[in-house]
Design a protein around this ligand. Structure first.
Ligand code: SF4
Ligand code: SF4
Length: 79
């Protein structure tokens, strides 16, 4: 099931992507789609450095059975 792009899910994402070092160091908020990558797709920012990922702990990841994390860099695999 696809993750819905809703304000409620964005609030949850902020709690997990927000403090992530990959998010902060690459300034992903400045580039589309900003956040909620599991719903919106990967960042358009090129040459991101990977510094860890909080997606596996995120309740959206658990609710929708997403695996792998790093959704700012590549989309979740379809079930
Ligand atoms: S799974 Fe990752 S990208 Fe999706 S809402 Fe959670 S922290 Fe954000
Ligand atoms: S998708 Fe994962 S790696 Fe990317 S910013 Fe969010 S928590 Fe960090």
């Amino acid at each position: 099931m696809k993750v819905p792009d809703t304000p409620e899910n964005m609030e949850i994402c902020k709690q997990f992507c927000g403090p992530c070092q990959t998010f902060r160091e690459n300034k992903l908020m400045d580039v589309e789609p900003h956040a909620l990558f599991c719903a919106r797709g990967p960042t358009k920012k090129a040459d991101c450095v990977s510094k860890g990922c909080n997606c596996p702990e995120c309740e959206i990841s658990k609710k929708y059975g997403l695996t792998g994390g790093w959704f700012c860099l590549h989309p979740p695999k379809e079930e």
